[in-house]
Design a protein around this ligand. Structure first.
Ligand code: G3P
Length: 234
């Protein structure tokens, strides 16, 4: 990412690690340490969403840790499912719900938002269009995250390719008249992509490949954080 001279939005920057090889094994701790250091330096809230088996191993005071997915399954005899009440006990702070790469039913979204809210965990409901943004904002999740699936992983940013999706989703979220805030993601790589997203009204961003696959995590996480912060100041 190029060095930023202007700034960006609010304090939520989510790094979705997906199942990229770049963060496998011990490597996730290096990414987490860099994110923690930058989060402190810029006083920006960074959340990291590691693969499930690494959730409990990230112990950083300033970072939030989000699950990439949770299941609306019962506590107890549910082998292999990821249960809100159980991950909460391993200090997980929240979860992505209904990510494009792991879609779930409407009933499951409703139940999971309810369960996570009861546990005081943060909820990031991912949606692929404005209609879904409007529907799920009514549940009052912490965030609605608009991500057009066709741009995910392409390096072509939502903020440049589909700016109207951000502005219309913002209106849809506002219509719910609650505390839900809008995030956006898909194809975000450069500081300009971040800045534009914030200018369009997004409260924060979700990034995966643009950070995780970068050859310089320090430089790129710092660039996004700096842009984010400055944009919020303006
Ligand atoms: O959850 C964020 C993600 O889906 C965006 O992916 O690789 O386009 O930043 P990417």
């Amino acid at each position: 990412m190029r060095r930023l001279h202007r700034q960006q939005v609010d304090n939520m920057f989510i790094i979705n690690c997906k199942n990229y090889n770049e963060i496998s094994g011990e490597k996730i701790n290096k990414l987490a340490s860099i994110a923690e250091k930058i989060s402190k330096k810029y006083k920006i809230q960074i959340a990291i969403a590691p693969p499930h088996h690494l959730l409990a191993s990230i112990k950083k005071s300033k970072l939030l840790v989000f699950a990439q997915h949770l299941d609306d399954a019962k506590i107890g005899s549910t082998t292999g499912y990821m249960i809100p009440e159980i991950v909460k006990k391993s200090k997980v702070n929240g979860a992505l719900i209904n990510h494009s790469e792991h879609r779930i039913s409407s009933k499951e979204i409703i139940n999971l938002v309810k369960r996570l809210k009861k546990l005081k965990m943060k909820t990031v409901v991912c949606v692929k269009n404005v209609r879904e943004a409007e529907t799920y904002a009514k549940l009052n999740p912490t965030y609605i995250a608009i991500e057009p699936p066709e741009l995910i992983g392409t390096g072509r940013a939502i903020s440049n390719e589909r700016p109207e999706l951000i502005t219309k989703s913002l209106l849809a979220v506002k219509k719910a008249r609650n505390s839900t805030k809008l995030l956006c993601g898909a194809g975000i790589v450069t500081s300009d992509d971040v800045e534009r997203a914030i200018e369009l009204g997004s409260h924060g961003i979700l990034v995966a490949s643009g950070i995780v696959k970068s050859r310089n995590w320090n430089k790129d996480i710092e660039a996004v954080s700096y842009t984010h912060l400055r944009a919020h100041e303006t």
